[in-house]
Design a protein around this ligand. Structure first.
Ligand SMILES: Nc1ncnc2c1ncn2[C@@H]1O[C@H](COP(=O)(O)OP(=O)(O)OP(=O)(O)O)[C@@H](O)[C@H]1O
Length: 231
């Protein structure tokens, strides 16, 4: 689904150059669930942001199916992101003055063939929270609203940057279980960035980062369900 070749990213802040990615090659396949592991600052978010069309590589190429998205002008990149990519971040980013249903509806409105917000919220187990505001929900519930919002446009791929980073383990497992089901039931490719090595067991493949490079790729012969892991 994605082919990244020799992707590098250098940030310049004043005199200082930070090499966030130093020539990475990565393939992501349709329908797989991958976990990206690695120390803080090793380049995980930078890579997903580039593949997701939120940022641009300094050098190298990124293909999505038959399209070289690294060559896209801004408007095409926006269209690509809108049509194909869902994002889930550590801090939910819900609009506080909108209910769960309205937060999801907002994205559904700018999509071509969206799921009804109620259906997306039902998939994440929040049918009973449709008209609650973010402040009336727990962290895990808010994250599940954020996931419902991301899947409502039926994305081909879901990029999740530390989705359980702000949650206790019990709630985190619930959120991972939702992602696991979305991967199995909707067939969406899912990439999860985490610092938590225990989460690796739920992935088809685990990609390990170090200093802006990929240190290793491991395939899990047997996967665990999120409800079978603990940390
Ligand atoms: N906008 C930016 N400007 C300057 N440097 C940046 C910027 N974004 C990231 N970096 C630097 O690039 C490097 C890689 O950052 P990145 O966020 O990709 O790492 P990460 O592996 O996702 O880390 P974490 O697990 O802490 O989120 C880090 O050294 C970071 O400080």
């Amino acid at each position: 689904m994605f082919t990244a070749r020799d992707v590098s990213k250098v940030y310049h802040s004043g005199e200082v150059e930070v090499v966030a990615l130093a020539g990475i090659d990565l393939d992501l396949y349709p329908g797989e669930m991958v976990v990206l592991l690695g120390p803080s600052g090793s380049g995980k978010s930078t890579l997903l942001n580039i593949i997701g069309g939120l940022d641009r590589a300094s050098t190298g190429t990124v293909r999505f199916r038959d399209e070289q998205i690294s060559d896209y002008p801004e408007w095409k990149l926006t269209r690509y992101r809108r049509a194909h990519v869902g994002f889930v971040f550590q801090f939910y980013n819900l609009i506080p003055s909108l209910t769960a249903r309205e937060n999801v509806a907002l994205v559904a409105e700018i999509s071509k063939n969206p799921m009804p917000p109620e259906e997306a919220l039902e998939m994440v187990g929040l049918k009973h929270r449709l008209d609650h505001f973010p402040a009336q929900m727990s962290g895990g519930e808010q994250q599940r609203v954020a996931i419902a919002r991301a899947i409502a446009k039926r994305p081909d791929v879901l990029f999740c940057d530390e989705p359980t980073g702000a949650l206790d383990s019990k709630t985190g497992i619930l959120v991972l279980d939702v992602l696991y089901r979305i991967n199995a039931e909707l067939g969406a490719t899912i990439a999860i960035i985490t610092h938590n090595a225990d989460i690796r067991k739920i992935a088809h493949r685990v990609i390990s980062f170090r200093d802006g490079t990929i240190e290793g790729v491991e395939r899990n012969e047997t996967r665990l369900k999120p409800t079978d892991i603990q940390w």
